[in-house]
Structures are given as C-alpha cells and as structure tokens.
Design a protein around this ligand. Sequence first.
Ligand SMILES: *[C@@H]1O[C@H](CO)[C@@H](O)[C@H](O)[C@H]1NC(C)=O
Ligand SMILES: *[C@@H]1O[C@H](CO)[C@@H](O)[C@H](O)[C@H]1NC(C)=O
Ligand SMILES: *[C@@H]1O[C@H](CO)[C@@H](O)[C@H](O)[C@H]1NC(C)=O
Length: 384
Amino acid sequence: MMKMSISLSSHICLFTLLCSSLLVIAVGTDAQFSWHGSRANALFIFGDSIFDAGTNDFINTTTDFQANFFPYGKSFLSYPTGRFSNGRLIPDFIAEFAGLPLILPYLHPEFRFNGGANFASGGGGALVETYEGLVVNLKTQMTQFKKLEKQLKREFGDEEARKIVLEAVYLISSGGNDYLFSTSANSVVFQSHSHEEYVGMVIGNVTTVVKDIHSRGGQKFGFVNMGPLGCVPHTRALAGSSGACFGELNELLKLHNRALPKALEKLADELDGFKYSIFDHFNAGMQRINNPSKFGFKEGKMACCGSGLYRGNYSCGGKRGETDYELCKDPSEYVTFDAFHPSERTHRQFAELMWSGRPPTTGPYNLRALFNLHKQNYIWTFLR
Ligand SMILES: *[C@@H]1O[C@H](CO)[C@@H](O)[C@H](O)[C@H]1NC(C)=O
Ligand SMILES: *[C@@H]1O[C@H](CO)[C@@H](O)[C@H](O)[C@H]1NC(C)=O
Ligand SMILES: *[C@@H]1O[C@H](CO)[C@@H](O)[C@H](O)[C@H]1NC(C)=O
C-alpha cells in the first residue's frame, strides 16, 4: 500500500481567494492522509449581524440585510466583505486570538473547512418568523451545521469529525433581531404573547440549538447577551429628539438578559460537560455609548455613517432607499458605525473582553479558557 501524507500549512488566510497555502505531498507505504492545519480548536459561529462575515452576500435578500457595498469594510482590506461594520467583527478577532485563520461564511462559494465555519446571518433571529424569507434563521443555521458535520465525517472520518465537534467552541449571538422585529407592526408572534412569553420563546429556541449541538458532542459555548439596541442611533432617533433611549425595547432586552443566565445555569445542570461563557454586551455597550472618551472614542451616540437624527437612518452606503448619507472621517472615533452596528474598534474591544474578561463582564468562563479546554497541543492530523 502507498502511504500519502499531505501537509497543508495555511498562512494568515484572509479570504480563500487571497489565501496562500503550502501543500507538501510525501509518498509512503499505506493509504493515509494527514492534514496539518491549525493548532487551535475549531470555531463555529451562529447568529446575526454582530457575527455575520458575509453570509447574506449569498442568499436572496434585499440590501436592508446586506452590507457588501461601500463604505462597509472600508477599514478592512479596503473592500466590502458583507460585514456590517467598517472592518472586522468579534468572531474575526476571536479567531485571531485563538490562532485560527479568518473563518469564512459556510455559504461562501470558496468555503472549505479550515478550522471553523460561520453560519451567522444579518437580520436573522432565533424565531423563524423574524424577517422570514430574507435571512437565515438560527434553526436553518443549525441545519447547515449538520450538513457540514456530515461533510467533515466524509472528509476526515468519523473519529476526527467527532473530535473536531467535541473540542470546538460555538459562538452564538441570537435574539437581537427578534426584539427589533417585535417593534414592527408585522410581528404577529409578539402581539399575541406577553413579553415574558416572547422572551421565553427566543431563549427556548436558542436552548434547542444548544441542546442539539451538545447531543452531537459540542460542549463549549460562548454567548453574548443583548446589547443596548434601544440606545443605538436608529432606535434613539425613533425615541425622538430628547436624546433618550427607546425605553420599551431596552426593557425587553433586560428581561432577556435576566432570563439567559438562568437558562444557561439550568443547561449546565442538565448537560454533561456543558461549559459556557456569557459576555455582558449590554453594559459594555452602554459604558461606551455614555462615556466614549473613557474607551478612546470621541462619539458615543451618533453613528459614523447614516443620515438624519444621530445618523440613525439606516442609509449607510445609499442603497437602502435613501441615497444620501453622511460618512465620518475616522470610524475608529465612533462607538457605532451605522445606525445599528458597532465600529471595528468597538468589536475589537468587545472581543478582547470576551477572550480574557472576568465576571461580571465575562463569565463563568472566558473564551480563552474555553479554547484551552481540550487544548490541541499538536498539529491536527486527519487520517483516513
Ligand atoms: C428572490 O426573491 C425575489 C423577490 O422575492 C423573487 O422574485 C425571486 O424569484 C427570488 N429568486 C430566487 C433565485 O429565489
Ligand atoms: C421557538 O419559536 C417558535 C416560534 O418561532 C415557538 O412557537 C416555539 O414555542 C419556540 N420553541 C421553544 C422551545 O420555546
Ligand atoms: C430619515 O428617516 C425618516 C423616517 O423614515 C424620514 O422622514 C427622514 O426624511 C429621513 N432623514 C433624512 C435626512 O433623509
């Protein structure tokens, strides 16, 4: 028999298109392939626009749910990738801190498993009704994960695929769009339930996905609670010119943020080996909005890109109906890039807090600790 060992060492790999990899093939005596990839555990990413690295570039949707045009991405590779910011997002920094290459969207035509997959979709919620037909909801993201798991088994064999799933970290940001959508007249589900019930359904659907991943072997989960969506430029403008936040929305987010840790504590009791991290996105966001200079920003309330009051109209890029918009000179001076989404600098600060923060900001585990559990001390070797 021939032994073939293929070692592939990937460099800092931005997009697959720009990726340079080295492929060495040695021929030996029995049929055996080994792929020398990343030393880190894999990273799987689920959720919404806070994590979406371009998923929505590859679905049938509208520009309301896309960010693949100027000035999105203007500070990163200087071209728009579909990320809802001027540059990189939380998962991009987490991948970097973990020693992984940049993780591509699962739907990207060039997607090939290289240490992870990003399923997150801007506008996507935990409820299928949220912006239905325009986004990839959490349930569908889970279906895609199962498809990828099958692909991993075919590519690397059952045993290696099992290890990848077991040792991976799963990042989830889901619910924000369900609460934003609840403020629209279209939300039948919201109107026919109490606030507590609605929050219970959002968290119930997140929990369902967590249990499903866990039943396949996954154990390590990173969550962000609801950020201060009632105080971003868009909702602040909706609340009027007094400068107040959209109080009703914030109340709903606070209900969620009280329920989430309880739900996760319960899961930790029920599920074997379940370990998790929650990042207090709400307070980290509020602190920066209210005291921007303390964190190196000049502006906390107004967006860098948009129009109208606080630049709160979602017109950044001029492709969402309104063609005129303003763009600040230096997005790194702004906490918020467009009417809803943090700037790259804010994403980096959040990622740093998620990676190495402590309670009450990040806990009970931080992401560094989760990555270090089952740490791969050797280079991955996939045999088949
Ligand atoms: C995309 O959506 C539009 C509008 O809903 C629809 O007319 C069109 O057929 C869809 N295209 C595909 C390929 O699904
Ligand atoms: C998930 O959401 C749906 C609505 O999309 C709801 O009917 C269902 O009860 C939720 N599941 C759980 C477990 O809460
Ligand atoms: C912002 O949006 C509001 C409501 O949609 C609209 O009335 C207003 O004209 C917009 N502002 C600008 C500057 O276009």
